[in-house]
Ligand binder design. Sequence first.
Ligand code: SF4
Length: 614
Amino acid sequence: MKNTPGNKAKIVLLACHNGSLLQSTPLGVASLCAALPPSCTYEILNLPPDFECVHIAETVAALQPKLIGFSLYVWNRVKLQHLAQTLRPLLPETVFVAGGPEVSCDTHLLEHSSTSKPLFDVVIQGHGEEMFRQLAAEVLAGSFVPSPQLQVRNAGKTLISESPWLKNIISPQRGVLLETARGCPFRCAYCFDARGSRTVRQIPPARVRKELELFAARGVEQVWVLDSSFNVPSSRGKELLYMFLQHAPGLHYHLEAKGEYIDAETAQLLAQLSCSVQVGLQSVDTQVLKNVNRTMDIARFEAGLFELYQHGVTYGIDLIYGLPGDTYTGLCASLEHTLGFYPNQVELFPLALLPGTALEQQRTTFGITALPEPPYTVTVTASMGEEEFARAEILASALDLFYNTGRAVAYFELLCSACNQSGVEFLHQLATWLEQEGHISNAAPRPNWEATQAHELQLQFVHTYFSHLELENLLPAAVDIIRYHYLYAETLLAPPLAPVTEQTNQDGTGHWTVAAGVHMGEFSYPVELYHSSGVEDLVEFEYLNSASPCGALFLRGLNAEVECRMVPIEVIALLRACEGATQVPAQYGTLDVVETATWIQDAVARGILRQNLS
Ligand code: SF4
């Protein structure tokens, strides 16, 4: 990204994303460039997390920039500081400036990083557009005066409303970041956003509207809305949601909301959008929340979450373990309470002691020990020892596997109640099994499971645990329900079935294949029992229904709805046998010749089975 065709940039901006591809846009440095006058030549390097320091240093040095900006976040500060150290001797005359959340409220990380002269000449604290523009003007005019100490420039409350999207500094890809406000009206002691004034500075609605129109026109799929509490006050949230619905209704939005401010109208609007909403709870212990200056009206929070549930909105809840005053038992109570909201996700993370936050100043009061470098994870508090932190991490891992990656919200309570256990007790059993089987350990507590792995581990655990509890009679239905929801979700995430084109050459040369987006599985009970209505009680279900094995095909038609079609179990085996074959069988298994031909013709006609003629 640069505005210097054929020329060397006078300004280089270095960002380093955290590897999450759809959200890797360097919006911060692009916003700085948007504030520069058109005469400034700049280049943005958006580095991957594993960038090779010497190679990048050589690339940057070859540009001979007059000014380099480093955009420092918790996930990249160490690497970018190392890059700055490598670059310093190569570019002795260049002005180095640092900004971003990692240095916006605490500069000591930078001040101690060099012996002879500061690693960075300037640090800009706060919203940097105006200050960076001024600094660039000084540097390019030759009037910048370096000093032996780090110069701190506080950006104060200035906020420039130039859009890096609309100025074409960055161009929309499949996933984009949409900034709608900066700052937060709350003052949670552990949070970056809580520092400074409580002012929330909104991006002008006209700019947001134009950005939405641009995203819609460019075929963007997902939008991460950067706004700590978009629905505070709720009138502001509703205005934004109306704007999304009016100007870019086809995109999928990721939003962060304050639970207490969700009312029926907000939930209705959210339900009309394709979106997921993340809500911070952190703990249900009022004293623990008070310790971190977090306001929470639990009754209003519950009412807000109930609205989301009632309106069928997809939502997740954040919890933090290791908050001052919290214990492992307290964490379990918070998690149990949270599971009762039926969230689609529960994000359970350890507390981080971020530099410059109010909590860091209280670390002695609360007996906090934390990692000195990013991610600054808290390892001990006065109320929670190392061993309890380790147990919490194992519990979080079990939750991640079964509930989040395993997408278990629809059946988690069903399984727990069949085992006569609470959600946390069930997760404890799972955690023990995962450790015994070597799937997790204290050294590697949170593997990055794929949904398919999570599904397999869910089935293995349920087999083991239900057998241990002598609930074998419930196993077929339990396995069915897990499998049904897995196949349904995989189909929902897959593309709709492509239209049927030419389907010929059944005697021929190409390989047969089951179309992308079609999922299939075998069930012990008629799958329609799960598709037409939910199962509320496993014991009652097993008592009232007779097992009758069947197969099911899951696919999305052009209306994007998931269709679940029950078929004889032999048809699933037949389709699997066709996969990769150059000829379809004339007769298969217990199906006779006519049945085999009929099912194949049906699958071909519907585009489920296709021949690759290339
Ligand atoms: S944790 Fe959330 S609500 Fe609290 S200050 Fe930070 S952004 Fe605001």
